[in-house]
Design a binder for this molecule. Structure first.
Ligand SMILES: [Mg+2]
Length: 349
């Protein structure tokens, strides 16, 4: 199954409502899709979105990176290609797009779906959270109520640098939606002082976790917040690779970690982190950027295989698409109940 061609295309999926965090506001999911063909006739896909604010990559740099590594991968068997890919110097999202496609080829070589390749056994439903975008407080409460009424009971609430707004929104949502599970994501927007003020102000409310309150490189502050907070602290932008995860875990800088394919370089690298998490009993979120359907599918397959450590799944991009792409229908991703992946044996991606 030697690799014959590697092609890239730019794809865009409109969102039904704009997505806003402390770092950015977007109206479309835009991503690069990689298509790898083999001499055997096998075809596999991978994807990477542009999230310059997080990984420093845009669509152009992802395409350029993939074009550069292509010459080193042509003619190789998938397992050789995977090795060459991960010793190449390139952005983590570009790497992830190619990694997802190559791992799909490895699964195809064994005549397995990705789910079976990752050794998933429990196919009972996994529920993703849904994002409540950063907005004025009344609008965020309305959005949270609507999401809850629509059946989404795990809310990921995006908060910004206005700490009074952050506290007010948290109180409004928790007091109004007593049965919702509330996850808070500050996307690095707060200082240490603001974080400690927030932690104190929301004590007693049913907040399940606080994600990346301070700047990614400020592990010192993250550790202090983790020590003082009664709510678990989740590291997101602070952990890209397995080495980052080890550093954060060994130094007690966070209680949980958010694994994203685009940060770590794809499914094979995410799997290494999940194995480490399993060995060290670290609870994880399996997260995503605003992504296309193929990369979200790959992440879901991992979530099924590592559900003992994956406590939260933040893979709601497809729910934000204006229209469900045909490919999602094949994956059986319906509303917030993602339960049909086990039956997607026709899908070879
Ligand atoms: Mg986050």
């Amino acid at each position: 199954m030697n690799i014959k061609t590697i092609q890239t295309s730019r794809e865009k999926i409109p969102l039904h409502t704009p997505f806003a965090t402390a770092l950015r506001r977007v109206e479309n999911v835009e991503f690069v899709r990689v298509r790898i063909t083999c001499k055997s006739g096998a075809v596999a896909y991978g994807e990477a979105p542009a999230t310059k604010a997080v990984t420093g990559e845009d669509l152009e740099s992802i395409i350029t990176c993939i074009a550069t590594v292509t010459k080193d991968l042509l003619g190789l068997e998938p397992f050789e290609a995977l090795h060459v890919l991960h010793v190449s110097a390139m952005g983590s999202s570009a790497k992830a797009a190619v990694d997802i496609a190559i791992v799909s080829l490895l699964a195809q070589q064994k005549n397995q779906t990705l789910l079976h390749y990752f050794a998933a056994k429990d196919f009972s439903p996994i529920f993703t959270d849904i994002t409540v975008s950063l907005n004025d407080a009344d609008r965020m409460l309305l959005d949270a109520k609507k999401a809850f009424d629509d059946g989404f009971h795990i809310l990921k609430v995006k908060l910004g640098s206005d700490i009074n707004h952050a506290v007010a929104v948290t109180k409004m949502i928790c007091e109004t939606l007593a049965d919702a599970e509330v996850l808070i994501d500050a996307n690095q927007a707060w200082s240490l002082e603001q974080s400690l003020y927030y932690v104190d102000a929301v004590a007693g409310l049913h907040v399940s976790l606080i994600e990346q309150p301070v700047a990614a490189d400020d592990l010192k502050s993250l550790k202090i917040i983790t020590q003082k907070s009664t709510v678990p602290i989740l590291a997101d932008e602070a952990v890209f690779t397995l080495e980052d995860v080890k550093r954060v875990h060994e130094n007690g800088c966070a209680d949980m970690i958010n694994i994203k394919l685009m940060k770590c370089g794809g499914v094979s690298k995410a799997q290494e982190i999940l194995e480490y998490a399993r060995d060290n009993s670290i609870n994880c979120m399996l997260g995503s950027m605003l992504e296309g359907p193929v990369s979200i599918h790959a992440a879901f397959c991992l979530a099924f295989a590592y559900r003992d450590v994956v406590k939260y799944v933040d893979l709601d991009s497809p729910l934000l698409y204006k229209e469900t792409p045909r490919v999602l229908g094949e994956f059986g991703i319906i509303r917030n109940t993602i339960q049909s992946l086990a039956g997607s044996s026709t899908y070879k991606g």
